[in-house]
Design a protein around this ligand. Structure first.
Ligand SMILES: [Zn+2]
Length: 381
């Protein structure tokens, strides 16, 4: 196309004018039939270019023209689908992507380009809501997207259900069923440094946690025996079949650099943070804070991940990497049984905090096992 600039006259200019008026960037009547590219039009074009991250030159070349066209589409104006050779672009595509993200379907960044990822997210949405999963955003899909948005804003329905379950479960630990998942096992020793193996350390830690949980009246189940190493998916299935309230996966980390050190906790979540298990994230935060406060391990923070154990479980799942066995200082801590008791207590207190829904003001790191038992007994009366 010909590049249009100030001083140009003609029907193409009239079209640009009416688009800019429709976008609220130029005053006037979209049907005024004005055909002159004047100073006001140039000013509006610059404003538009600035908004859209285009080169702000006040000229209407192919890129600016395409963006102006794209800006006129609203969701529902036309059916949207993935055209491999000539992807559809427009504000309607951006709106679709944003809506899918809000609903917890990862459509990538809302680029306004209907790409493969958008198609996959759209199909998942259609499948989950009982629509024909054809990857075409037509009238019916638009209707479903509009109806659903206000109800499920803030997360996927299944993740909202998790929150409701925790609330309903009440503050007491008694009767809650927790699957403790010691990583690795059997022939898979995990990280091995000298005579110390991750499989043995997390097994021992799991047993300490199990004992404390049972003392509070919780039902603690281990996901494996000492000499077994079920795949992650099987561990997740075990938790699902047990109808677990939570699954806690225990690991220690390794790094090529002996300097790498600290504790990190992981929950279900996509990298961009739009889809996350709120309960998982909350619990991960409590565990992370308690462990950092109690153990002196450095804080490697909490992170959303899509690992099998986090994705495949129906209940909230958290994985803790308690220090680096490859770091001398972390290793000295991990091999001390008293340290593992401290970690077990920190995790248990974090679980208690989850069910207290933040209604406990005892500072992080100070809630003891004895306090916890007392709290449980008081509640029982
Ligand atoms: Zn591991």
């Amino acid at each position: 196309m010909q590049v249009l600039r100030r001083g140009d006259v003609g029907p193409a200019v009239a079209e640009i004018r009416s688009t800019l008026i429709a976008l609220g960037l130029l005053s006037g009547n979209p049907q005024d039939g004005e055909v002159v590219f004047d100073a006001d039009v140039e000013h509006a074009v610059r404003a538009f270019q600035q908004q859209r991250g285009l080169i702000t030159d006040g000229l209407v070349g192919p890129a600016t023209y395409a963006s102006l066209r794209a800006a006129t589409y609203q969701l529902g104006d036309r059916p949207l689908t993935y055209l491999v050779s000539h992807p559809m672009t427009g504000d309607d595509v951006a709106a679709l992507q944003e809506r899918l993200l809000e609903l917890g379907f990862d459509a990538g960044r809302h680029t306004g380009v209907f790409d493969h990822m958008t198609e996959q997210a759209l199909r998942s949405f259609q499948r989950e809501y009982g629509l024909i999963a054809d990857g075409i955003c037509g009238a019916e899909t638009v209707r479903a997207l509009r109806q659903l948005t206000p109800k499920v804003r803030g997360g996927r329905p299944v993740l909202l259900r998790e929150q409701e379950q925790v609330r309903r479960a009440g503050p007491r630990l008694r009767g809650k069923r927790i699957v403790i998942d010691p990583g690795h096992g059997g022939r898979d020793r995990g990280v091995v440094v000298g005579t110390n193996s991750e499989a043995d350390l997390v097994w021992d830690l799991a047993r300490r946690l199990e004992g404390r949980m049972q003392a509070t009246g919780m039902e603690a189940l281990l996901s494996r025996g000492t000499d077994q190493c079920p795949p992650e998916r099987e561990r997740a299935r075990f938790a699902n079949e047990a109808g677990a309230d939570l699954i806690l996966s225990l690991h220690v980390d390794a790094n090529a650099s002996p300097q790498a050190t600290g504790v990190a906790t992981f929950h279900y979540g996509t990298g961009n943070g739009t889809t996350t298990s709120t309960v998982g994230e909350t619990l991960a935060g409590f565990i992370q804070r308690e462990l950092v406060a109690r153990t002196g391990l450095s804080d490697c923070r909490t992170h959303g991940r899509t690992w099998d154990i986090l994705v495949g479980t129906r209940c909230p799942a958290v994985r803790v990497e308690v220090g680096y066995l490859t770091n001398a200082s972390d290793r000295a801590k991990l091999t001390d049984p008293a340290f593992r008791d401290t970690v077990a207590e920190g995790i248990l207190v974090a679980v208690k905090r989850l069910y207290l829904l933040g209604e406990n003001d005892q500072p992080t790191g100070t809630f003891t096992f004895a306090d916890l038992i007392r709290h449980e007994l008081a509640k029982a009366e």
